[in-house]
Design a protein around this ligand. Structure first.
Ligand SMILES: [Zn+2]
Ligand SMILES: [Zn+2]
Length: 350
């Protein structure tokens, strides 16, 4: 395991000092939420299993398709690209819609953004709780139960979001919004829609899709860019998760709304966000630098094809949004972020 980066902003040192991991608290002590999450995840896996015995209808599978897209958008575009990375700008009402959508699937924007930003900061080091460093079981299930960070660490890492009362409410009660949405789905759509739509889509995307990215996209696969972590692109996950599997690209350009770099790296979430930009629901969609988007010859810091060694050419901090901003060129079409715009916001770099 390589040494931790030496150049760190003051916030990182504060987080270090308060680190629950540093205090050896992971998996220790009574945490009622850990048990609640375990029971919830287990319970929501049961309805899809019952479909093997009671059968399904065309309506059930239609519901599955709708919910699959809905969960992927809520968690991939909303939770990940917007709340964690600020890859586009949304008005307060639109932010509330994205938060409600995430909350409907038991997601908490503050908890996810906090832990995910720390994942990007410490990826593949002992402080990373998302990756495969702690083994398959923890990477796949364990981190859903306990992400390894204290509440104060998460709030510090997502302090821009913690200023919003509605997001703080979701931070405390996302199990209420999730349970309510699940119950409403059952009530309005019937058991088949609930089991094949809500539960199956949530289990596949919210639990196993995210875990597959956390594990496989830091374990094996192809690396296009020399990043200071072990992130990889996974073709299968890239397609089935609408772009979320192009994880090495994402670690190279974490602040961009787009993860697919080459034309064949399908990134449906980015296209959905472009549509929302066109109709004015969101704005300032951040793209990757034009040279990479156009699929031109390999740029600086780009890895050779196939598995590559851990990149050592540049520091971890140089792969934050600042590096992208410095290289960004105006996108060819309207509605996508132009470098230097006054709306060029985003979350704090941690
Ligand atoms: Zn990662
Ligand atoms: Zn990310």
């Amino acid at each position: 395991m390589s040494a931790l980066p030496s150049r760190r902003p003051p916030e990182a040192r504060i987080i270090d000092e308060a680190s629950s991991f540093a205090n050896g608290r992971l998996g220790v002590g009574y945490d009622p939420m850990r048990g609640l999450r375990a029971v919830g995840i287990g319970l929501l896996h049961l309805p899809p299993v019952t479909l093997l015995f009671i059968g399904t209808t065309a309506t059930d599978w239609l519901a599955f398709g709708v919910f699959y897209v809905l969960v992927l958008f809520a968690l991939g575009a909303g939770l990940h690209r917007y709340f964690a990375h600020g890859a586009f700008t949304a008005s307060r009402p639109m932010q509330l819609v994205l938060a409600a959508l995430a909350g409907a699937f038991f997601a908490d924007p503050i908890r996810f953004a906090g832990s995910h930003r720390l994942h990007h900061r410490w990826a593949d080091t002992p402080r990373d709780f998302h990756g495969p460093a702690r083994g398959w079981w923890f990477s796949w299930i364990g981190h859903h139960l306990e992400d390894g960070y204290s509440d104060s660490e998460l709030l510090a890492a997502a302090r821009d979001l913690a200023q919003r009362p509605e997001l703080i409410w979701l931070h405390r009660y996302s199990y209420v919004s999730g349970t309510g949405a699940a119950a409403l789905t059952w009530l309005l759509g019937g058991y088949g829609v609930f089991a094949a739509g809500y539960c199956l889509a949530w289990c596949l995307v919210g639990i196993h899709g995210g875990s597959a990215v956390n594990y496989f996209c830091h374990k094996s696969g192809r690396r296009r860019f020399e990043t200071p972590d072990r992130s990889t692109n996974n073709t299968f996950l890239g397609f089935v998760l609408f772009g979320e599997g192009w994880h090495n690209n994402h670690h190279r350009f974490p602040g961009a709304a787009r993860a697919g770099v080459r034309w064949y790296e399908l990134d449906l979430l980015f296209y959905m966000l472009r549509v929302l930009t066109r109709v004015g629901l969101i704005s300032s969609l951040r793209d990757i630098p034009e040279t990479h988007a156009a699929g031109e010859s390999r740029g600086q810091g780009e890895a050779s094809q196939g598995k590559s060694d851990r990149g050592e050419s540049s520091g971890r901090g140089s792969h934050g949004w600042g590096a992208v901003e410095a290289q960004a060129k105006p996108w060819l079409k309207s509605g996508v972020m132009k470098a230097g715009s006054k709306t060029y916001g985003g979350p704090p770099t941690i």
